[in-house]
Design a protein around this ligand. Structure first.
Ligand code: GAL
Ligand code: CA
Length: 330
């Protein structure tokens, strides 16, 4: 009797150990938890990890690279099987890659792109994201289409488009390329863009609102023909400032088209109310799912082409952007 009992215990122990050995542990570093788009991204990663039976632990870098570096060290010393990293400073990714390589742990970067040279320095380093220039082009196209189909949008009747640009954090590929390609798209549509003011608002709604309030005061809202924001939170901050100036509240004569990127729920709501012209879907569901599927395949040493996502140049999974408007932009 006693022997059977011991044997059963032993069997249970063995089963538990082997189950634990098979469970993939993902350590994920996020640049900052308090970011509307990254919240969507985190939820998508949690959901996909649950589906695959993997364990994901996330750390809040609090927008500080030193804090994040310590979190990377901790994940590595805790023996995670794979890392998913959203670097605070994408130019600091080399140090992260070097650490992962030394520990022979695969690393999947998300949302903030390391340079191709950095990715090339470790065969187990990858990037999952969306092409920044694509989102810039699409947001510029939204404005250009509106300008062409609404002659009254050219408030000073000079045939040119006087716009304000609200930019994300300095050095971020989405800040650099969205800014560049949105303006480029307006030009390509045959409209001459004139930047009347621009400022960095760090992806942040409140900062954008304060900046836009100051611009409305110094420039006069009647002289602004469009607001192009690198993301929805800043677009929404601009909308708040315009509303405080009695713009974008339903009166057609007091309206400035505002575009963002992400397609956050709050932006879609503002679009439904006619306060914001449009946005570009930054597909967090697919980016989050792809990152976790790739991470788990890498940790298991299985074929990364089995994720169902195309691997480009052996290093990248690119998720497409998509324009989002409500009827008014026809
Ligand atoms: C961008 C997104 C922004 C912000 C940023 C963080 O892709 O559009 O809203 O979340 O990433 O890195
Ligand atoms: Ca004009």
């Amino acid at each position: 009797m006693r022997k059977v009992f011991t044997l059963t215990l032993l069997l249970i122990l063995i089963l538990t150990i082997s189950a634990q050995a098979n469970e993939i542990n993902i350590g994920s570093c996020i640049y900052r938890f308090n970011d509307a788009f990254m919240l969507r991204f985190r939820n998508a990663m949690t959901e996909q990890s649950d589906k695959l039976g993997a364990k994901i632990t996330m750390a809040d870098g609090q927008d500080d690279q030193t804090t994040q570096d310590a979190q990377i060290d901790e994940f590595i010393s805790n023996g995670v099987n794979v890392l998913i990293v959203n670097p605070v400073d994408r130019m600091a990714s080399q140090a992260i890659i070097d650490k992962a390589k030394a520990a022979n742990i695969p690393v999947v970067f998300i949302n903030r792109e390391p340079t191709p040279e950095m990715l090339a320095s470790y065969e187990k380093a990858y990037y999952v994201g969306a092409k920044a220039e694509e989102s810039g082009t699409q947001s510029g196209e939204l404005i250009a289409t509106y300008f062409k189909t609404h002659p009254e949008a050219d408030k000073n009747h000079d045939g040119k488009l006087q716009f304000i640009l609200l930019k994300g954090q300095n050095g971020h590929q989405d800040m650099i390329l969205r800014s560049k390609y949105s303006v480029e798209a307006i030009k390509n549509a045959g409209i001459e863009p004139v930047e009347i003011a621009s400022a960095i608002a760090n992806w942040d709604k409140l900062q954008a609102m304060n900046i836009m309030n100051a611009f409305a005061m110094s420039i006069g809202p009647e002289n602004i023909e469009a607001v192009i924001a690198n993301n929805d939170e800043m677009a929404l901050g601009a909308v708040e400032a315009l509303k405080a100036n009695d713009y974008n509240k339903g009166d057609k004569d007091l309206y400035i088209p505002v575009v963002g990127v992400d397609a956050n729920a709050s932006a879609l709501e503002a679009m439904d109310k006619g306060e914001m012209l449009g946005t570009v879907l930054n597909d967090s569901d697919n980016q989050g799912a792809a990152a976790v599927k790739l991470a788990v395949a890498l940790a298991n040493g299985s074929d990364i082409n089995s994720t169902g996502y195309e691997i480009t140049d052996g290093k990248y999974i690119w998720i497409p952007y998509q324009k989002v408007t409500r009827g008014e932009n026809k």
